[in-house]
Design a protein around this ligand. Sequence first.
Ligand SMILES: Nc1ncnc2c1ncn2[C@@H]1O[C@H](COP(=O)(O)OP(=O)(O)OP(=O)(O)O)[C@@H](O)[C@H]1O
Length: 587
Amino acid sequence: MESDSYRELSPFMSNMLSIGMITSWLPGGRTGIFGTLTIFLMGWLLEMGRSAYTWFSERWRFQYSLTAEFTEGDPAYDWVLAFLSKQQVWRRSWNFKISAKTLQRKNGVESTEISKGHNSENAEYVPTYQKPQLFRWNGYWVEVSKSTSMPSYDYQAERTVCTSTIYLTVYTRDVSAISALVEHARTEYMEVSHPHVIIHTSNRSYAPFYWNECKRKPRRSLESVILEAGVLDSLVSDVQEFLDMEDWYQTAGIPYRRGYLLHGPPGAGKTSTIYALAGELGLEIYSLSLASSSIDDSILAAAIACIPKRSIFLLEDIDCAFSRAEDLNSNTNNVPFGMYGSPTKCNVTLSGLLNILDGVASQEGVLFFATTNHIEDLDNALIRPGRIDKKIQYYHSARPQATALFKRFFPISHCAPESAKEGASDEEKASLVSSLAEDFADQIPEKIFTTAELQGFLLTCKFKPEKAVREAKEWAENTLKEKSELEEKKKAKKEKIQERRDKEEVEKLQSTLMKMNGLNSKPQRSDSVATKQPNGEETKTTEDSSKPIAEPSIARSRSRSPSSTQGSDNDSWTITESNIEQDPDRR
Ligand SMILES: Nc1ncnc2c1ncn2[C@@H]1O[C@H](COP(=O)(O)OP(=O)(O)OP(=O)(O)O)[C@@H](O)[C@H]1O
């Protein structure tokens, strides 16, 4: 800074000199070298004063202030944004970034405050803090400023990205002021976030990794997730116990983390459970999909390294990563992308994931949640205790779930059954809804439909419980029919694919054997002996030229893979070279 002032001095001096020269020759100006020198001296004194002020103020600032830096992507960045919004620093802001309100978290200021009664619910006002602003907090002067990195193009996300950094300068020598401010910011952030569940995701596929997407969803109550009795309570108390027992884990020398696997049919409520749990316990979710080809072991390790303590790390549909390889290999040529057997490729290796779960790359104090529709496809090593500590199975909807869902859809506060008598009390209406719920459950075959399917049907009968009961049977029959037709189609398609695979495999093996035969017959030709005929002509004879080339037999065998704990059978093709073996010359 000091040297900068001196560097600035020489152009300043030459400017003063030229101004002095010009003014001295203007009409009425003081002529001569004396006038020029006076102006030059005055300018020089002013500049020296300015430099001295800068020098002293910078030294003072350096010694009596502390600056904290918060970079976008780090959770503390969000805390500080929420804190600044609460401090109303934006009231002195010159710049706002305005965008349509979406689920995306942007830490905008309260729209009602900024718009003073105008309807601005649809827009989000985010102060940019591009110019430094000073405010008082807890008896300290604090200055906020922000810088944004040069834009770079993210090829994966196909858009230009910039990273912002917020600087908070607290004018004090007390370091604890900064930590108090950060803690205060975090508490306020939790308060602001309370009505929502915050879900962080990322589409960055290169270093430095950070969770660059943040969404908020309205909190979902635990009661709204309908599961078998006791399942949710036991999960919530398990998670709560884990969060309360950090000391015990440390004393016992056990890694402080816990893994949960939620498995069962799609639409049974696995994701809903995790969101409701996060809302109940005030935890943030960091979610990744291993189905994305941009994620590899190093990205996964970096991702988990940036997750703060007491958060949920969610890997959805974990089976997509390591299983179904057979399916994927089989038919990538002819099936459109996104359909059965689509060529999605996961770059995360099983050992990479195991390392993360084992703690080599994992973060202490993080709750790991994985969901899958196919637990049978998962490697046993992945789900052994220590990596997955609690497994929860989800089922198709049973009768109690169907009735509970019906009651949740038709609360008497929102709809009165048509069949209720005029002037019926709330109790009477409630008991009527309960009996309608039983009638509804009578129409629905047990453990066939998922809760999501039942929810889809009930949505077509909003505010009309009687209609739902009337139409349930027909809906169930039609849906079952559709399902079985779909299953048939899928089966036929699978068989076709399998047939084609078999054919290709046979052709491949046959051509390999033909080649082997060709190789085997070559040395025999070289064994051919040249014999001289009495007439002097040389003739070549091959030892077994008369023997027919044996056709290999190809048979399909089923072998049980020792690594497969689920006992899945592997189809494999073997070549039975019985006829080759019988013929020692062919070896
Ligand atoms: N047990 C349940 N209780 C309440 N709602 C449910 C339940 N199961 C499913 N739903 C509803 O069905 C929809 C899908 O549920 P959700 O995403 O939780 O299922 P999932 O098991 O995670 O499915 P997938 O395996 O496909 O991810 C949500 O709208 C949710 O409200």
